[in-house]
Design a protein around this ligand. Structure first.
Ligand code: PHE
Ligand code: ZN
Length: 846
């Protein structure tokens, strides 16, 4: 039975909660949960509570037992008729649950002997009977009975005695923000004094032995707290803030009030075990979860259709934070790259949905790049349209007006309208309409005037055939033929389907630097010659636009090569300029020097109406890398040496930038030296960034045997590092070797596939090997299907999320489509398939 939930069906909950009291007697196989909930009637209506998989021992109202046959186990509901309920009353339940059997990692479960919870989005109903919806908020009082040395819940500690801890969270919250942790954990402690002088105890909790790898997480937390005070004027509001690292976690991390729970890969880091990318993600996600305290917790979502209210805003805030901590230009380019790779891809396929969807079957399938990353882009556009002061005024009003409430996108837009006087009716389409607009620009040059004609179109998406025009902020500048900027950044507000603008007195015909800073999440189609692209790559004042010019130039060359022609000559030549001043900004140079990935090339080919051939794309990319390497060998070799960082490793942006340029050079040089430099770097590097980078090159060059053995010998007992080992092999192996490698790895005893990190490392590592996953014989599709079918009964959330590897199949030839669809149909036909995976597969097959 599939039930579709609709935004239009939302109704207020007819009761409010004065307090929720929970008592847990923890035991791996039989945890007893006692709840007492003080309800007050708000309006007419039955009291409907959610509960799944609960062994209900007793139910009572004001101490009077209720019959257990009120439970509809099939639908996961307990309905108490309004007529039987006084205006205010205490509902009590006693249930038993089995954390050890909980492999779905939703609700209360065990990870490496640690009791922990995950309640977003609808996990609390696996713990006890409750109105499990985000608009029902309550203060919580939690008692934990257990012999475990560390017992944690939300809020402030009330008391601690032998075998018992009591916690109280005074801030009303929905059940999805509830958390409990119990285990043998060690704290890395610190403290923070807020701007109003309140002292907060901070702890990062890890397993004994991991304390030495939690320091960076703590530093990141303190920087986040400072930043939110400085930039948003937001202060922390409890006496303690706890972060716990667990090894088994479906997602990255969770913002539970005062008790964030993290996937250990986003907490633990040391120079020997974590890459620069890992450090950067740790800082970003620690920030993200901390920032949720205001955008998500103090102000939460009315219903799950509004998920991007908290996620889009919090991603936007964590991106601002990262930009402030590191290089804004480089981070912007990285964010755009990620958006294109994940969100544009989603928007162009069968899983397309708006940032605020209006229907779903399984909400866990909507924690997507669209809700998160596009949700953040939409806020970036809003900020561009109302200006920095308008944005600040709107956010102040948002916190002021909505603190303590569960809100909607309408509430959010209204604060911008009220604070700035702007009408956002048309802007709202960004929230309600799916699909990536395509912006076409053509140019007229006559009588010394440059006229730009813009047209916007958005292709139909599932359920949305018509796409009215949106507001598109188009930031542009003009670069004269000699490289001087003749028009600094100007923002045009496009509101119609077609619009034109003219510029005079610009001297000789300039080149348009379009969509500066990636001012809107659109694709661009324009006529531009290779000379003009090269001019922008060399002279544009906007780093994003400069990088993009190089990207387009490279893509043109790669597409030609994949079609069997020559190509990439202009890019190879233009790269000289980048190499010349690479040392001024190594991170930026590294981004310019790294060719678009195979998936990105396939996307560009499909966008031009052709059918991508994965094997030719792979060849084309390697061929161009070889040519670039050959052409620039001396300077690449010099840069490779020059970018070695002396002294102890530090995970800062500067060092990371040098290492990224070094590895970009290495990738090109490996095409010529057959892995000699990579082998030497692997043996000598003192940090994981360079070791992993070198290892990836060795795998691609087919010279990996020794290095892989050495790596496993050294890190065999470190789960997080071994995840890298499992990931890089299927990812970097030659396309005709990757599947055999993946199968071999999957057969190993240490392929602990029930652990989401390990599963994703191997399986998603393989599917990210474009030419291997899309092998012509369908073997890649079969491999994925086989593993998804195995994982689904164990962990539906993670299985469902990984179905998205199939979302691009429509762009390939019909033989591949037939094979991919056959694989999907096998999944769809599996008896007992989860609602999660069923929804994903049906949408892709539709
Ligand atoms: N709310 C979490 C975040 O964005 C993500 C998450 C969702 C984690 C669902 C677990 C389950 O920070
Ligand atoms: Zn979030």
């Amino acid at each position: 039975m599939t039930v579709t939930h609709y935004l239009a069906d939302w109704r207020p909950f007819p009761y409010e909660i004065a307090e929720t009291r929970l008592e847990f007697d923890l035991a791996p196989r039989a945890t007893r949960v006692l709840s007492q909930i003080d309800f007050r009637r708000l309006s007419a209506g039955d009291l409907v509570l959610d509960g799944i998989g609960l062994d209900t021992l007793s139910l009572a109202i004001d101490g009077k037992p209720l019959p257990l046959d009120l439970i509809d186990a099939e639908r996961g509901r307990l309905t108490l008729p309004a007529a039987d309920l006084p205006d205010s009353f205490t509902f009590a339940a006693e249930v038993a649950i089995d954390p050890e059997a909980n492999t779905a990692l939703e609700g209360l479960y065990l990870s490496g002997g640690i009791f922990c919870t995950q309640c977003e989005a609808e996990g609390f109903r696996h713990i006890t009977w409750y109105p499990d919806r985000p608009d029902v908020m309550a203060p919580f009082r939690v008692t934990i009975n257990s012999d475990m040395p560390v017992l944690l819940s939300n809020g402030n500690p009330v008391s601690r005695a032998e075998g018992r801890a009591i916690w109280h969270d005074p801030w009303p919250k929905p059940a999805y923000l509830f958390a409990l942790v119990a285990g043998d954990l060690r704290a890395v402690p610190d403290s923070f004094t807020t701007m109003s002088g309140r002292k907060v105890a901070l702890n990062v909790w890890v397993r004994p032995g991991d304390e030495g790898r939690a320091g960076y997480a703590m530093e990141s937390l303190i920087r986040s707290m400072q930043w939110d005070e400085r930039v948003y004027g937001r202060e922390y509001d409890l006496d303690v803030f706890n972060i716990v690292a667990v090894d088994d976690f479906n997602m990255g991390a969770m913002e539970n009030k005062g008790l964030n729970i993290f996937n250990s890969k986003l907490v633990l880091a040391s120079p020997e075990t974590a890459t620069d990318g890992d450090y950067e993600r740790i800082e970003g996600v620690i920030g993200h979860e901390y920032f949720h305290n205001w955008t998500g917790n103090r102000i939460t979502c009315r219903d799950w259709f509004q998920l991007c209210l908290k996620e889009g805003l919090t991603v936007f805030r964590d991106q601002q934070f990262t930009a402030d901590m590191r290089s804004p230009a480089v981070n912007r380019i990285q964010d755009v790259q990620a958006l294109r790779a994940r969100q544009f891809r989603e928007d162009a396929g069968p899983l397309a949905h708006p940032p605020r969807p209006d229907r779903y079957q399984e909400i866990n399938n909507f924690y997507t790049a669209t809700v998160y990353e596009k949700g953040a882009e939409v806020i970036g556009m809003l900020k561009r349209l109302v200006g920095d002061d308008g944005y600040r005024a709107a956010l102040d009003l948002y916190f002021d007006r909505h603190d303590g409430q569960a809100c909607t996108i309408e509430d959010w837009l209204r604060v911008f309208e009220d604070a700035t006087g702007r009408d956002l009716t048309q802007f709202k389409r960004w929230y309600t309409d799916a699909g990536t607009p395509r912006l076409t620009m053509t140019e007229d040059w006559a009588d010394g005037a440059l006229t730009l004609h813009f047209r916007q179109e958005t292709a139909p998406t599932p359920g949305q055939p018509d796409k009215p025009a949106r507001v598109i902020p188009i930031a542009l500048g003009l670069i004269g033929p000699n490289g001087d900027e003749v028009l600094p950044t100007t923002v045009l507000e496009m509101t119609a389907a077609e619009q034109s603008v003219s510029f005079r007195d610009t001297g000789a015909r300039p080149v348009v630097s379009l969509l500066r800073g990636f001012s809107a999440p659109v694709t661009v189609a324009r006529e531009i010659g290779a000379d003009q692209q090269a001019l922008l790559l060399t002279h544009d004042t906007d780093p994003y636009a400069r990088w993009q010019a190089g990207r387009d130039l490279a893509l043109d060359g790669l597409i030609a090569r994949a079609a069997g022609r020559t190509g990439g000559e202009e890019f190879t030549r233009a790269i000289a300029g980048i190499l010349d001043d690479a040392e001024a900004d190594p991170a930026f140079a590294a981004l310019c020097l790294t060719l678009p990935g195979e998936e990105e090339i396939a996307t560009a080919i499909a966008a031009r109406g052709a059918i991508p051939d994965p094997a030719s794309i792979h060849q084309a990319r390697r061929g161009l890398m070889q040519e670039i390497g050959t052409r620039h060998e001396p300077v690449l070799a010099r840069l490779y040496d020059a970018m070695a960082v002396a002294g102890p490793y530090r995970p800062d942006a500067e060092g990371a930038g040098r290492r990224s340029l070094r590895l970009a050079c290495l990738a090109l040089l490996t095409q010529l030296d057959d892995g000699a430099r990579a082998a030497a770097l692997f043996d000598t590097a003192g940090n994981m960034t360079e070791r992993q980078g070198a290892l990836e090159q060795l795998i691609a060059a087919g010279r990996d045997e020794q290095a892989l053995a050495a790596f496993a010998a050294e890190f065999g007992d470190n789960r997080l590092v071994m995840d890298k080992w499992f990931m890089v092999q299927p990812l970097r192996a030659a396309p005709d070797k990757a599947l055999a490698r993946a199968r071999e790895l999957a057969a190993r005893a240490d392929f602990d596939w029930k652990n989401p990190n390990r599963f994703r490392a191997l399986i998603a590592g393989f599917t990210a090997n474009h030419a291997a996953f899309h092998a012509a014989d369908g073997s890649g599709y079969d491999f994925l299907a086989e593993w998804l079918m195995r994982l689904d009964p164990v962990n539906p959330q993670t299985a469902a999320r990984m179905c998205s590897a199939f979302e691009t199949i429509a762009r390939y030839d019909s033989a591949r489509q037939v094979r991919a669809r056959a694989a999907l149909k096998r999944i769809a036909a599996m008896p007992g398939l989860s609602r999660n995976t069923d929804e994903m597969v049906s949408r892709i097959l539709a």
